[in-house]
Every structure is written in structure tokens, then in C-alpha cells.
Design a protein around this ligand. Structure first.
Ligand code: DGL
Length: 285
């Protein structure tokens, strides 16, 4: 079984891509609706909330947890992978955590994560890439640093969309979501000083839920990198190298959706984006 974690509904965009790509695998999704949004919280709090959720998914039998959340990945992934996990009994039993920043940087730079110096021809890439994210993801600077390491001539424009994930989560009406998306894009365009934006990373897993609004307001030539697809590609590669994480392959794979919040509200929120049929249950039931 594979665990997918997000602060709330956003990780469903990743889950949807993963269940489509791996229909034979079982998944457990955990949304920390009791604490969403994470994006404006202090880093230490995000680390602790992410750790608790990873541990919950481990206890539910997920040997691999995908952090389907940029904020949790940007702030907590490295700490949990290098400091927390090795000190736990989970490590010896082969449990692991993967984040979603690395595959996104790989896709944006066309460079494997393990390669941290510029290679030909990426060395000469001069694209302008806009990264839209939560306050905490952008403050971590992780996208800018990791992209520039591999493609030093790329201009990375970082744009905070501090209210957007929370608004999506609360199910606010489309005109208000559109206003927030447009505000973010205007901010990025102002930073670009009239120069073209070649690519856009929607660096928050909530944002693909309003990708049509980004598409509407970004210049037509700006290519949006689809993070859920990128994560599915990356997981396919990872599982081919580590097939033990696929878990038991059953004729009827299971999909369990857990929430730390109110299951009815989480299910209703999911319905807005994913249609009928996604039913959350409370973590403790
Ligand atoms: N969906 C998350 C992300 O990718 C977090 C949004 C939030 O909780 O603020 O950053």
C-alpha cells in the first residue's frame, strides 16, 4: 500500500494521477483537514504535523509515503528523511518517504536530482520559470535554489499565493478564486518586467484544481508543468527500481481516504473537484 499525504484536498490531484497510472495498486490518502492550510504556518509546526501524518500512514501499513504537498515537502521532507526516520524502527523495516519537489525540479530542468551541477545543454538554458506556491514553500526558496543549481541561466520568479489554497479548501466561489489566481499571475508578470514567462510551476497541489484559471490568465505561450503527472512519472520510475513498495497486488485494489477533520465536509469538498464517490472517513474510525 502507498500512502499519499496532504494538508487537505490538494493531494487529491496527485492521488488522481497515481490511481490512474497504477490501477493495480492500493492507496491510503490522508488529508490533515484539522490543520489545513499549512502554507502560512511556522516551519516547526509543519514539520511536526507532517511527521504525525507520516507515522499514521506507516501504522496503516503504507511502506511508502508520498508527500503530496509542496509545503510539507519543502519544509519537512529532508528533516524527516534524514533526522527523524533513521531514528525510528520504521527505517529498519524499510519504510520510506518521498516528496514532490525533486521530481518537479527534475522535470523543470531535465536533469536527474542526483546531478547537482549544470550539464550541457541545460547549462545554456535561459528560460524564465514562474513558481507559484504558498508563503512557506516560497520562503523555503527550494525551487529557486534547486533549479539554479542545475540551470544557472534560468530566471526563477517566485510568487506567493498566500490565500489561494485556503480558499480552494473552503470551496469559495469561482470568481473569488479567479481573482486570487489573477492577483498571483499579475505579481509574477510584474516581477518578469514584461519579459515572457516560458514555464509555470503550480507549486502547490491545490492549484491544479484551478489550473483552468491559471491557463485563462497566463500568457498563451506559457507552458504549465503538470505536477500530478510529473509525480506519477517519477513514482513509476521509483517503483520500477524498488518494486517492494508496490505492496500486495490484489484483483480489487483498495482506496481508503482518511481525514483528521470532519469526514462529511472533506467528502463534500472532494466532490466539488473529483465528482461523486470519494468518501472520507475519520482517522480514528
Ligand atoms: N497543497 C499544499 C501544497 O502543495 C498545501 C496548501 C496549504 O495547506 O497551505 O503546498
Amino acid at each position: 500500500m502507498i500512502g499519499v499525504f496532504d494538508s487537505g484536498l490538494g493531494g487529491l490531484t496527485v492521488l488522481r494521477a497515481l490511481t490512474a497510472r497504477f490501477p493495480e495498486l492500493s492507496f491510503v490518502y490522508l488529508g490533515d483537514h484539522a490543520h489545513v492550510p499549512y502554507g502560512n504556518r511556522p516551519s516547526e509546526e509543519i514539520i511536526e504535523l507532517t511527521r504525525a501524518s507520516v507515522e499514521t500512514l506507516f501504522r496503516r501499513g503504507c511502506k511508502l509515503v508520498v508527500l503530496g504537498c509542496n509545503t510539507a515537502t519543502a519544509v519537512a521532507a529532508r528533516r524527516l528523511q534524514t533526522t527523524w526516520l533513521p531514528e525510528t524502527p520504521w527505517k529498519a523495516e524499510g519504510y520510506n518517504i518521498v516528496g514532490i519537489v525533486a521530481p518537479t525540479v527534475e522535470a523543470a530542468t531535465q536533469t536527474p536530482w542526483a546531478v547537482t551541477t549544470p550539464q550541457y545543454p541545460q547549462k545554456f538554458l535561459t528560460d524564465r520559470i514562474a513558481v507559484f506556491g504558498t508563503t512557506r514553500t516560497i520562503a523555503s526558496n527550494v525551487y529557486a535554489e534547486e533549479i539554479r543549481k542545475r540551470c544557472p541561466k534560468v530566471t526563477v520568479i517566485q510568487q506567493v499565493c498566500s490565500e489561494l489554497a485556503g480558499a480552494i479548501e473552503r470551496g469559495v466561489a469561482e470568481p473569488e478564486l479567479e481573482r486570487l489566481v489573477k492577483e498571483g499571475i499579475d505579481g509574477a508578470m510584474a516581477q518578469a518586467n514584461g519579459e515572457p514567462l516560458h514555464r509555470a510551476i503550480l507549486g502547490c497541489t491545490h492549484f491544479p484544481l484551478v489550473e483552468h484559471l491559471f491557463r485563462r490568465h497566463l500568457p498563451p505561450a506559457t507552458r504549465i508543468l503538470s505536477q500530478p503527472e510529473i509525480v506519477a512519472d517519477s513514482l513509476e520510475d521509483y517503483l520500477s527500481r524498488h518494486p517492494r513498495f508496490k505492496g500486495e497486488i490484489r484483483p480489487q485494489p483498495s482506496l481508503v481516504l482518511l481525514t483528521t477533520g470532519n469526514p462529511e465536509e472533506a467528502s463534500a469538498g472532494a466532490r466539488v473537484f473529483a465528482g461523486e464517490g470519494l468518501r472520507f472517513q475519520h482517522l480514528d474510525t
